[in-house]
Ligand binder design. Structure first.
Ligand code: ATP
Ligand code: MG
Length: 412
């Protein structure tokens, strides 16, 4: 029979890959916890409308990347392509719109049907945080600063740059859109086909084009700052001042617009040049209308998501493989004692392993293969004395230790 493969664009995480992945999640969870964000888990599968209502008709995600299908009951469901919409849906479904602000951390798989390449998969994973129900510029700055601390804790902040922009409020954006469209119309003939289409449907997205010719045109496009209303400008300046106060280095980049349509005011990305074309590691912004789209009250919110695969690739060093204590019994009676010795060690927080079979030599070979640093050898003489030989597998040094002292000796 032919061996089966994972679905295209999806991959198994094993060994070092799994350790890198887990390290990213655990580090992020620890930092987010210190910043007051609570972990939420929402379902991987949602009513398709959770995304079609919110991500915008012109976003790449909705137009071509969603895994949507009819379930056996005839309902249209979608494997979540991102988690912000799901978190907003959960806020409303769980009646939490009167208990604001809510500060949320999440981690989990996302699904997008896009062309697989390095750093781009069809099942990928994100960590993210959201602050729901806070309109203050301080909320924008806090989620960004927490993101920066997570990157710092992972040791990847040094190679990344925070780029921030504002998309203003609806009034600012309408004025800016008019100015942008009139500029882009003058260059319409030279724009890529995709950008010409975006010009008609969602002109701000032209700023996000990856096409080299488009980028050259866009470099001279007007930026939004001249079109900000007083309120939008005050918000923007408040965010920048709070970022300074948090000590988060940043660069203003008027070309940052996010791929999803729900953003207003702050938009930002942490980018790196160490991942080739897939240079965005963390991205987000303010989305003030999303909770309403889910049937809730107006709930100004802000957050970001980061690709775990990209963060895992950036880690300077892989988290080390665990190094167990190898328990090595000699003879049947010793094997029984070994089981209770292992339980004692494991309860004391020591990773303990024993081969399922084999003589002393075989089990020693196996211990070396698993990267054990220490062997606990239980022979007949040791059993009689109520001790074990504890052998340092690197130096070869060996000494007898009473069984009841093993956990204290090997713990930590
Ligand atoms: P891109 O411009 O790279 O397609 P995006 O705007 O679609 O990114 P977001 O929806 O903002 O990305 O997702 C946030 C982060 O999630 C990205 O910055 C990236 O790190 C990660 N990400 C997005 N899509 C993928 C994917 N298909 N595979 C791996 N990581 C991804
Ligand atoms: Mg994308």
């Amino acid at each position: 029979m032919t061996a089966l493969q994972p679905v295209r664009g999806m991959r198994d995480l094993i060994g070092e890959d799994a350790r890198r992945h887990r390290h990213v999640i655990e580090t992020a969870r620890r930092v987010a916890d210190l910043w007051g964000f609570d972990a939420w888990e929402t379902p991987v599968l949602e009513d398709t409308r959770v995304f079609s209502r919110t991500l915008g008709d012109t976003s790449d995600v909705v137009t071509k990347e969603m895994y949507s299908f009819e379930d056996r009951g005839g309902d249209s469901v979608t494997l979540r392509p991102e988690n912000t919409a799901g978190v907003c849906r959960a806020l409303v479904s769980n009646g939490l719109t009167q208990s604001l602000p809510q500060k949320v951390f999440y981690a989990g798989p996302m699904f997008r049907y896009e062309r697989p390449q390095k750093g781009r998969y069809r099942q990928f994973h994100q960590i993210g945080i959201e602050t729901l129900g806070a309109a203050e510029p301080l909320a924008d700055a806090e989620v960004i600063a927490c993101g920066f601390e997570i990157l710092t804790a992972l040791g990847v902040a040094e190679g990344t740059v925070l780029e921030v922009n504002t998309l203003g409020d609806a009034e600012s954006r309408a004025a800016y859109r008019a100015a942008l469209v009139s500029f882009l119309r003058q260059h319409e003939a030279s724009l890529s086909e995709e950008s010409r289409e975006r010009l008609a449907r969602n002109p701000l997205r032209v700023l996000d084009s990856k096409d080299a010719k488009d980028r050259a045109i866009v470099a001279d496009a007007p930026d939004i700052f001249a079109h900000l209303t007083d309120a939008a400008r005050a918000h923007w300046e408040g965010v920048l001042a709070a970022l300074d106060a948090f000590g988060v280095p940043h660069r203003v980049n008027p070309r940052i617009v996010r791929g999803l349509d729900y953003y207003s005011h702050t938009a930002f990305e942490f980018v790196t040049d160490r991942l080739g074309a897939q240079g965005t590691v963390m991205a987000g912004g303010r989305y003030d209308g999303l909770v309403e789209e889910m049937g809730g009250p107006p709930t100004p919110s802000v957050g970001w998501a980061a690709g775990i695969e990209r963060l895992a690739m950036l880690l300077a060093e892989a988290p080390p493989a665990p190094s167990p204590v190898a328990v090595i019994p000699v003879g049947e009676a010793a094997e029984k004692v070994a089981l209770s010795v292992m339980t004692t060690l494991r309860r004391a927080g020591v990773r303990a392993e024993m081969a399922f079979r084999g003589n002393l030599k075989r089990r020693m070979e196996r211990a070396n293969k698993t990267g054990a640093r220490t062997a606990v050898i239980l022979g007949e003489a040791e059993l009689a004395a109520g001790t074990a030989q504890v052998k340092d597998l690197r130096s070869g040094a060996q000494e007898a230790v009473p069984l009841e002292a093993l956990a204290a000796r090997l713990g930590g």
